[in-house]
Design a protein around this ligand. Structure first.
Ligand code: BG6
Length: 466
């Protein structure tokens, strides 16, 4: 692998939580793995009146806290030398002048050849300002902009943001992050499907009864009351992470793994998705949510969301997709279950088995990453008594290492200019169209106990298929 070209990564929102929890640890691990170029620098920009020393001190604490197993003194020394900080506002014309001067000086010092990767890791209200300010200095064609979620809060605001970004950047310069696409196990959906002839044969309405995608979280909103009240589970997880996973799972084979070939196919399947039906949705709120800091006492925001979705194309017509996510559930687990159709006739009634358990494939995205296939085998002994058994593939056991953090993979791709795992303008807009009917009709919210699997009404949604 070749390292990316010399460049400076400018992080807007450098004093914020995301920078310290995810972005700096990802850059640090890239350095550790030898994936950064020799001529490289990170310049953090934020309003907080810090200097280089304060930023470095905070960065060190963050690395010790968020990537303790890979933190070592030798790498830290090298990392410390490449990170810098500039404080300043976002909201006045020309307020980035000191930033441009600093970047020029760093180019001279570090040999970074005036190449830039801008990373908007601020609250979304600052995105338009950042784009406008960066536009003031007419960025070069190889400049890239990484932009965090949420990308808009509905179709209209997403379109506005896209239009605004296109006044300054070409689509191929824009990298919209959905960190689920950076997860090894999400990418493995593509290898599993298109690297094996076995499974793709049954990957359709003829063989599959239904699919479930579950993103369960044990944690709550973790101090993000103000953001979460505005977002809710639908905007926070479903419109982006769940729909992207669904697209990888259901897309047609791309003609190659190039950015546009993959994104053309994910767009095509999202276009075949029926906009979600408010009558096939259950929303829940965990008891105690209204007491969280920053949450209004009368908030109807959902912390749990379940829906039945449909894809109207030749491969998937009639196969229900049950999508489910929630906070404060019993454990953290993200998984996909693909339930195959039952055998047409059971030959096992004489063995006392009236209903055979139908085969199913489980793709575990996290934790305990892996894939397992459940099928029926003959129980040893007389007669023909079937018994459900499993074949398991475990990432850790097979590859002997924890998968790299999603941000590490995505940052490297952005540094190299590869947009395959980033959402494209048309894809993000289509995802908003799919959820649009649910934004207008928010429906009722059922409450559920913290630590339970969510409202009972959600089980009723899927009950006819189980
Ligand atoms: C983020 C959401 O995008 O994803 C959070 O804003 C959520 O609310 C997180 O907790 C889940 O990510 P992961 O990688 O822990 O599954």
């Amino acid at each position: 692998m070749t390292a990316p070209k010399p460049q400076i990564a400018v992080i807007f929102g450098a004093s914020g939580d995301l920078t310290h929890r995810k972005i700096l640890p990802a850059f640090y691990n890239l350095l550790r793995h030898g994936s950064l170029p020799e001529q490289f620098a990170i310049l953090g920009y934020a309003r907080s009146g810090w200097d280089d020393a304060r930023f470095r001190e905070r960065a060190r604490q963050s690395l010790e806290e968020f990537t303790p197993s890979t933190f070592d003194q030798e790498t830290w020394k090298r990392f410390e030398d490449m990170i810098f900080y500039q404080s300043g506002p976002f909201d006045e014309a020309d307020c980035f002048t000191p930033l441009w001067e600093r970047l020029d000086a760093l180019d001279r010092e570090r040999g970074t050849e005036s190449r830039r990767l801008y990373y908007a890791a601020t609250p979304p209200s600052a995105f338009p300002l950042i784009v406008e300010r960066v536009g003031e200095c007419a960025p070069r064609p190889d400049t890239r902009l990484v932009i965090e979620k949420p990308f808009g809060r509905d179709l209209e605001s997403a379109r506005r943001l896209n239009d605004q970004m296109h006044e300054v950047f070409d689509e191929r310069q824009i990298f919209r992050i959905d960190h689920y696409l950076g997860k090894e196990t999400v990418q493995n959906i593509l290898v599993f499907r298109f690297g094996n002839a076995l499974f793709e044969r049954v990957w359709n309405r003829d063989a599959i009864d239904h699919v479930q995608i579950t993103v369960a979280e044990k944690g709550g909103i973790e101090g993000r009351g103000a953001y979460y009240t505005e977002a809710g589970a639908l905007r926070d997880i479903v419109q982006n992470h769940v729909l992207q996973v669904l697209a990888f799972l259901t897309m047609e084979p791309p003609r190659s793994f190039s950015a546009d070939a993959v994104r053309d196919e994910t767009l095509k399947v999202l276009r075949s998705m029926r906009p979600m039906d408010p009558a096939a949705v259950v929303r829940g709120q965990y008891e105690g949510f209204l007491d969280e800091e920053g949450v209004p006492k009368d908030s109807l925001t959902e912390t749990y969301f379940a829906a039945r979705a449909e894809i109207d194309n030749w491969r998937w017509s009639g196969v229900p997709f049950f999508l489910r996510t929630g906070k404060r559930l019993p454990r953290r687990v993200t998984e996909i279950t693909i339930r195959l159709r039952s055998v047409p006739v059971s030959l096992f009634e004489s063995a006392g088995v009236e209903h055979l358990t139908s085969d199913h494939l489980t793709i575990r995205i996290q934790p305990n990453e892996g894939i397992s296939l459940a099928f029926n085998a003959k129980r040893p002994g007389p007669g023909f008594e079937p018994e459900p058994v499993r074949m398991d593939f475990d990432y850790d056991e097979t590859f002997g290492a924890d998968p790299a953090d999603a941000y590490e993979r995505l940052l490297l791709d952005a540094l190299e200019g590869d947009g395959t795992l980033f959402t494209r303008e048309d894809g993000v807009e289509r995802a908003w169209e799919v959820v649009e009917p649910l934004l207008a009709d928010r429906g009722s919210v059922c409450s559920y106990a913290s630590g339970s699997w969510g409202p009972k009404e959600a089980d009723d949604l899927i009950a006819p298929r189980t």
